[in-house]
Write a protein that binds this ligand. Structure first.
Ligand code: BTN
Length: 324
């Protein structure tokens, strides 16, 4: 079964109306059995479809599929700056762009996919996304300034996402150091989006960053093994269109990229601190297998977390685990 056909059929069904197997088969000049197989495959991908004798197929929840022309249309003129690629299924948009980075893929390449089979998270975790309900994409940025320019990158990306969320009306968003995006849902903060940044190249001279973002848009249920996930829809009661979210995020990310390039992280530092989760509060952390309570003092302009637990210490990226 070709994925291509599954997505063509989903595209027909994406209007949320009934379509008979016969009419879909006619559209693509293939057999009804092929359409039935495509429907089964879509169900394996987690899409729920009504099948009613005499009427045909209908999506239980309308889904949004990303299309290059429609994303470019909402991006307007600036889409010419980007090399945008949309995939139906791939292992990981970060893995894809990391591989392409060494093969000379252009600066400002964006890869987005409907289904990510091996989505990767920070610290070796995996990242789950849902077809038509989450946005999964990566950007490839090339830098000249060496490691110093990149020290604030991961925090700057967090700030870009917070600013996009403000545009979507979500004002409670916070950044759990270094860059987990949390939003308030009742008394709790829950994870809305994750960022995975991978670097390649010469830290003194030219380097390339692949910035991967996964954001929960319209899920109403999550698999049980995920720690505290939440979607934009659960927070706002509205459903979100991937193309609008993609253009907003890509736009804000490129603004922050130029700001970082021109002025370094200094200008973004105060914005980051405004949204730092648990600033001034005591939290449970784990370092080298030892768990302890520490106060989150601040994050430096170089991106280090400063905590106090008897002593005050500065933590580099990735050396600490937050406990609930
Ligand atoms: C985390 O919170 O641990 C980071 C999650 C990052 C997930 C995104 S989804 C797009 C890109 N491709 C990947 O394989 N991972 C990132």
């Amino acid at each position: 079964m070709q994925h291509n056909l599954v997505f063509k059929v989903l595209d027909v069904l994406s209007d949320g109306k009934f379509h008979s197997g016969e009419s879909i088969a006619k559209t693509f000049d293939i057999s009804r059995v092929s359409i039935w197989n495509a429907i089964k495959k879509a169900e394996e991908f987690g899409v729920e479809i009504y099948s009613v004798r005499g009427r045909g197929y209908k999506l239980i929840q309308p889904i949004m599929l990303l299309k290059k022309p429609s994303i470019e249309q909402v991006m307007g003129e600036i889409h010419h700056w980007f090399n945008l690629e949309i995939f139906d299924v791939m292992d990981s948009t970060n893995s894809y762009l990391m591989e392409k980075a060494s093969l000379g893929h252009p600066h400002a390449s964006v890869a987005a996919t409907h289904i990510q089979t091996k989505g990767r998270g920070r610290r070796g975790r995996s990242w789950q996304s849902a077809l038509g309900e989450s946005l999964t994409f990566s950007l490839l940025w090339r830098f000249n300034g060496g490691a110093a320019t990149l020290s604030g990158l991961s925090l700057a990306v967090g700030v870009a996402i917070i600013r996009s969320l403000h545009r979507f009306g979500v004002l409670s968003a916070q950044l759990k150091w270094p860059n987990d995006v949390l939003v308030q849902d009742g008394p709790q903060y829950k994870k809305l989006a994750g960022i995975l940044i991978e670097l390649q190249g010469d830290m003194e001279g030219q380097s390339t960053a692949v910035i991967g973002i996964g954001i929960n848009l319209n899920q109403v249920v999550f698999s049980e093994n995920l720690p505290n996930p939440v979607s934009l829809r659960q927070i706002t009661g509205k459903s979100f269109d991937g193309k609008n979210c993609a253009q907003e995020l890509i736009g804000k990310l490129s603004n922050r990229y130029y700001e970082l390039k021109e002025n370094g992280f200094n200008n973004l530092h105060s914005s980051y601190l405004e949204h730092l989760y648990k600033k001034g509060d005591a939290v449970r952390l784990k370092k080298n297998a030892a768990a302890f309570i520490a106060t989150i003092d601040t994050v430096t302009a170089q991106g280090e977390l400063i905590i106090t637990h008897g002593i005050t210490e500065s933590i580099q990226f990735g050396e600490i685990e937050w406990l609930k």
